[in-house]
Design a protein around this ligand. Structure first.
Ligand code: MN
Length: 383
């Protein structure tokens, strides 16, 4: 029996996010020690690109060395990002062209001692402490796996498969990455190779499911990789105890990772950001968070809206790792020429509460906003 900590998709990178990524790695290393794990399994995308792999691998190996010396093996397969030519947010065209026509680096030629870096294609089998690790580095396709000469599982052994791929039974959504696709691995793969636990990577939102005899799990990215709704939620790694059948797994939360948080707030016509929801959202924020606030509504003056957005961003910036405030506003004059909209605005003006009554004012602003949006929708239909 063995205790394994499973993670994937840490996406370590040089640049602004370097220290953040390494702080999450350090927390994972600390968890391995605290849980007395026999192995740390990293199912791909430990690095964000081949350049990051080249620049950071020595530092990462040095950080992991004390853990290995203390008896915790580190088993690591490359994902799709370890061989990427550039960053995912630098435009898909150049990268897609590169994906199709450039030679990918042969990662099996790299030494990452004391890690067990299993980069041989299409698979390698590693036996450690009574656990057979079937290591499957990322590939564009796994269609020929029925031809692979994978040895039969030994009696009494536990088999853990590492793969960085999409499985459409566990994850029914689109590929989590907008500009690249991972190879697809089918359910029968796990049954055919007598896998007990499938330690998967690639999907950044955590999920798990029984597939045949295997418990297949995406632990989710242990960090917030980018400002996107698919990155939302608590960040975790999985603690796997191979004693049971199916194996037991538990989520361990990561405090240093923070969360991705997205908020939508209505902007008043005077471009005032409502204070109540802002002070409420501020209570939720933690220092490592990535935050996007979207301000929407009809405003009298777009320049005032821009200034309000900038002021809000400056207010939030010191509280989190990164804050963005986006504007989705329209100028009220656009529709105020319409007679229905004009009558609506006059009616609303007559019902405007006194400035001191904050609760009534925020309801009134919302009602005005919803009314204008409804009217704008109808005007759009007529056009
Ligand atoms: Mn990936």
């Amino acid at each position: 029996m063995a205790k394994i900590i499973h993670t994937a998709d840490l996406h370590l990178a040089t640049g602004d996010d370097k220290d953040y990524g390494l702080s999450v790695l350090d927390e994972i290393i600390g968890l391995c020690g605290a849980e007395r794990a026999d192995a740390l399994v990293i199912s791909g995308d430990l690095f964000d690109s081949f350049a990051d792999f080249s620049a950071l691998r020595r530092e990462v190996c040095a950080r992991l060395e004390p853990l290995v010396k203390a008896g915790c093996e580190v088993v690591y397969i490359p994902g799709n990002h370890e061989s990427l030519g550039d960053r995912p947010d630098q435009g898909g065209i150049a990268r897609n062209r590169c994906r199709e026509h450039c030679d990918r680096p042969d990662l099996s030629k790299y030494d990452l001692k004391p890690l067990r870096f299993q980069a041989e294609l299409p698979f390698s089998l590693l036996e450690l402490k009574g656990v057979e690790f079937l290591c499957v580095p990322h590939a564009a396709s796994y269609d020929n796996y029925r031809d692979w000469a994978v040895p039969a599982k030994k009696a009494g052994a536990v088999r853990v498969a590492l793969a960085h791929a999409l499985n459409s039974t566990i994850f029914t959504g689109p590929d989590p990455e907008d500009q690249s696709r991972a190879g697809i691995i089918d359910d029968n793969f796990f049954t055919r190779f007598a896998v007990d636990y499938a330690a998967l990577g690639h999907v950044h939102a955590g999920r798990q499911q029984l597939l045949g005899g295997a418990l297949a799990c995406y632990p989710g990215s242990p960090r917030v990789w980018r400002a996107h709704s698919r990155e939302a939620g608590q960040k975790t790694v999985r603690l796997v105890d191979t004693a049971g059948s199916p194996v037991n797994i538990r989520r361990l939360e990561l405090k240093s990772a923070g969360q991705y948080r997205e908020y939508a707030l209505p902007l008043g016509p005077d471009s005032l950001v409502p204070e109540r929801p802002v002070s409420k959202l501020i209570l939720e924020l933690e220092k490592p968070d990535l935050v996007t606030v979207r301000l929407s509504g009809f405003v009298d003056d777009e320049k005032a809206a821009r200034a309000a957005a900038d002021a809000l961003r400056e207010r939030l910036a010191p509280m989190v790792r990164r804050a963005a405030v986006e504007l989705d506003t329209r100028v009220a004059a656009e529709i105020s020429a319409n007679s229905l909209a004009k009558a609506f605005l006059e009616g609303m003006e007559a019902a405007r509460p006194s400035d001191g009554d904050e609760a009534a004012m925020s309801k009134w602003l919302l009602a005005r906003q919803y009314g204008l949006e409804e009217l704008a929708g109808r005007l759009g239909e007529g056009a």
